[in-house]
Design a protein around this ligand. Structure first.
Ligand code: NAP
Ligand code: GCO
Length: 265
């Protein structure tokens, strides 16, 4: 093994929904290791904000408006990126939403929306980039899964169903396209400090910590929420030649939650 096996120099990485949050952190880590960064978000305002964030971090990123659930728009995005930047070597399916509603109160429309973005989106994006990866003779797909790829909890039925499905889509892309030197793996973040989890961490009216905040710190051996940039190293590993023999694997970056029964109250 050589040090350059961990390098992403000369590689084009597309990270979906990466104007901020986990996607931005993963893109920043990949840029630090030499990748050219391409990202999309659902409107120009978010893309512009993302470009400003990348510029502030010293990263010349390429930003495009594209909804990952729109198959025609995704095909057009990939063609445009291939013309303007280059063939996509690394795809990170990061874009995702959550709806926290008790299942019997959740509308079918809300359930479908979460499945559409969190599961159909990665399918549509992967289907669009794989043909060029096959032609090029290599490719890396990284699906951002979740604790909910393994565990359930109240109010997140649609999200857990989507992330459980994303775990199996990861294994299926591995099975179907591993023969073309395409590695498809997942990252399963634990509880990360981003806008998506902000409602679970906000202070109560009396100034006390949110009960869920206290719960998660008791369930995590490290006793804390994780930071987005703690996912960057694992993502760079799975995007690099150092992981060419790793395929169909979900790498949980959770501070040990899945290994731990939780602190005795
Ligand atoms: P976030 O802060 O909500 O960011 C999600 C990004 O995806 C936003 O930029 C969002 O844009 C974009 N997006 C949403 N729908 C999209 C669509 N249809 N097409 C393109 N982009 C879209 O979330 P995050 O916490 O960074 O999470 C990123 C990923 O990690 C998600 O897949 C999430 O499920 C997963 N995850 C998060 C955690 C955590 O603790 N935070 C843990 C495990 C897994 P808008 O701002 O317009 O919505
Ligand atoms: C929730 C959280 C989690 C995190 C993440 C954990 O409501 O439980 O949003 O689902 O987003 O997926 O891995």
């Amino acid at each position: 093994m050589k040090m350059e096996d961990f390098s992403l120099k000369g590689k084009v990485a597309l990270i979906t929904g990466a104007s901020y949050g986990i996607g931005f952190a993963i893109a920043s880590g990949m840029a630090a290791c030499g990748a050219t960064i391409v990202f999309n978000d659902i409107n120009q305002d978010l893309v512009d904000k993302g470009l400003a964030n990348y510029k502030e971090a010293g990263i010349e990123a390429h930003g495009y408006v594209c909804n990952v659930t729109d198959e025609e728009a995704v095909k057009a995005l990939v063609e445009k990126v291939e013309k303007e930047v280059g063939v996509i070597d690394i795809l990170v399916n990061n874009a995702g939403i959550i709806r926290r509603i008790p299942m019997c109160e959740m509308s079918a429309a809300d359930f479908r929306l979460v499945i559409d973005i969190d599961l159909n989106g990665p399918f549509i994006m992967s289907k669009a980039v794989i043909p060029s990866m096959i032609k090029k003779g290599h490719g890396k797909i990284i699906n951002i899964c979740s604790m909910m790829s393994e565990l359930g909890r109240e109010t997140v039925s649609a999200y857990a169903a989507a992330k459980g499905g994303l775990k199996m889509l990861t294994k299926n892309i591995c099975s179907e396209y591993g023969q073309y030197n395409i590695q498809c793996n997942g990252i399963g973040p634990g509880y990360i400090e981003t806008p998506q989890t902000a409602p679970l961490r906000e202070r109560q009216p009396d100034g006390s910590r949110h009960p869920f905040d206290q719960f998660i710190c008791g369930r995590t051996p490290a006793g804390r929420w994780l930071k987005p940039d703690e996912l960057s190293g694992p993502a760079v590993f799975l995007a690099s030649d150092a992981s060419n023999a790793v395929n169909g694997h979900i790498l949980y970056v959770d501070g040990g939650i899945l290994a731990y029964i939780g602190k005795q109250p």
